[in-house]
Design a protein around this ligand. Sequence first.
Ligand SMILES: Cc1ncc(C[n+]2csc(CCOP(=O)(O)OP(=O)(O)O)c2C)c(N)n1
Length: 221
Amino acid sequence: MSSMSDETILTHTTLMNKNITKKYLEDFEKEIAEVFATGVIRAPVHLRSGREDNLIEIFRDNKIGPEDYVFGYWDSHELALLKGVPREEVKQAILAGKSISLCFPQYRVLCSGIVGSLMGTAVGVAWALKTQKRKGRAFLFCGDMSAETGVFHESVKYATNFDLPVTFVVGDNGLSVMTDTRKVWGCPDPWFKNTKYEKKIIYFKYINGYPHSGLGRLIKF
Ligand SMILES: Cc1ncc(C[n+]2csc(CCOP(=O)(O)OP(=O)(O)O)c2C)c(N)n1
């Protein structure tokens, strides 16, 4: 966990995420898309659109603040901005090739490009926050296929059993790269629908306006 004091984190985070609109997020991704198209970013970039309102609402309604941890994956530009990482800092990290694993520990934003990673970490952080009676919660944002992994099941089950302060946010775009998630599992709904585990999960559907990765001109992974 970050060694910075709560006061420092608060100063760092400011209240800028309150000013983040759908257009702000769209414009950021458009700007990164333009830069990526020039070829100067020598690493994968995953752009997203179509879920801006969902994410803004989730951050607002859950009052996700400086003391909370946000875990994400390869598609986390918007999460970093919403958590209060300054726009220029996010942009510089992406230009430096870190789009798929954005990590800003001082803002409690931790992301990874590995499917199935971080779920246990989020649960562990939530366990520590609860047992140490510290303020803060963990929020883990993932896709629909990630939510079908074994480790996601285990993490949600454990967090539910011990009522840990962790929320799993599943943004369902129906795809895993180019594979139809529902076709793979032969079920129109995610496994947790109408189960007791739903109380630890926020679920929404969206259509991604971008290809899974990059701009769709080279291979996708
Ligand atoms: C261990 C591992 N296997 C495969 C990949 C390649 N990969 C990257 S994203 C992705 C699809 C995940 O689908 P989903 O969770 O629905 O994410 P989203 O469509 O929202 O990006 C895969 C298979 C990876 N990053 N890590």
